[in-house]
Design a protein around this ligand. Structure first.
Ligand SMILES: [Zn+2]
Length: 274
């Protein structure tokens, strides 16, 4: 299998086995198709255009991998180290030899898992180039897999990938939207990797909960309170979002406060201020 055997959507960065007229992930109301139409690219084409991966340490045991320039939504993939091996979270759509070397230097790779379909990236290509490691996809989001592969394993609810890494289905943004709780992170206080199941805000003290971030489509109060309740099952102090957005400490309280604030506004509690 060579890089030109699949295609990447330029707008979301998700790999496809075939090229429909429009990327279904982008045509959905949570994403967007460019006004000038759909663009498909290949890994070889991106390399020829000068795209390169980069990696850096976010904290001991956690590496971020992205590309310059960014592809699609431009998430920063995360390599999480555990005593059993590493897990690649929210893989980028772009990968090159340097990115693969960075992952392999961290130890044996247990699998690839994304928070939701916008972050599938080139998950199957990562798997193949890392020796066919498992790709974990939440069963509720199966319809969004555009490059099926025998390495894909469907899961629901809770996925214990290593003694120090729990993936939990939270829902909201997508029915299968998930977070990964790395219990050893933040010096043992716990780290939550959230994709954009929740979104750490620029103030680094609050988070947002949305159906669509680019199109600003809200979620109901009931759903946001349910999400906060589910996240309350986990112990953590720090959050990393899908880019470099993060909450360094006291993140559980930030979620609780933000869920209550969101619920109050969408319920109309503050309509007198509008
Ligand atoms: Zn797309």
């Amino acid at each position: 299998m060579t890089a030109s055997d699949f295609w990447l959507c330029r707008t979301c960065g998700v790999e496809h086995a075939a090229t429909p007229q429009v990327c279904a992930i982008c045509a959905d109301d949570r994403q967007w198709v460019p006004p000038d139409g759909q663009h498909w690219v290949t890994l070889d084409g991106l390399v020829a255009d000068g795209m390169q991966s980069y990696a850096f340490e976010l904290e001991p045991g956690l590496i971020g991998i992205g590309s310059n320039p960014p592809l699609g939504i431009g998430q920063l993939g995360k390599v999480v180290s555990t005593s059993a091996g590493t897990v690649l979270w929210d893989p980028s759509g772009f990968l090159d030899d340097a990115a693969l070397a960075t992952v392999l230097e961290c130890g044996p790779v247990l699998g690839v898992v994304a928070s939701h379909p916008h972050m599938f990236g080139a998950q199957v290509e990562w798997s193949r180039r890392l020796g066919g490691i498992p790709v974990y996809v939440n069963a509720a989001d199966k319809a969004w897999v555009m490059r099926p592969d025998p390495a894909i394993s469907y899961w629901s609810g809770r996925l214990e990938l290593a003694p120090e890494l729990t993936v939990l289905q939270v829902g909201g943004h997508f029915p299968g939207s998930s977070v990964a709780c790395w219990h050893a992170g933040a010096d043992g206080r716990g780290v939550l990797l959230v994709g954009d199941t929740i979104f750490p805000n620029p103030d680094q003290r609050t988070v947002a909960f949305l159906r669509s971030y680019p199109n600003r489509i809200p979620l109901s109060a009931a759903v946001v309170q349910r999400m906060a309740g589910t996240l309350g099952e986990l112990r953590f102090d720090r959050i990393y979002g899908l880019h470099t957005n993060a909450i360094d400490t006291d993140a559980a309280a930030a979620i609780r406060f933000s869920a209550d604030r969101h619920a109050a506004w969408v319920r109309g509690d503050h309509d007198d201020l509008t």
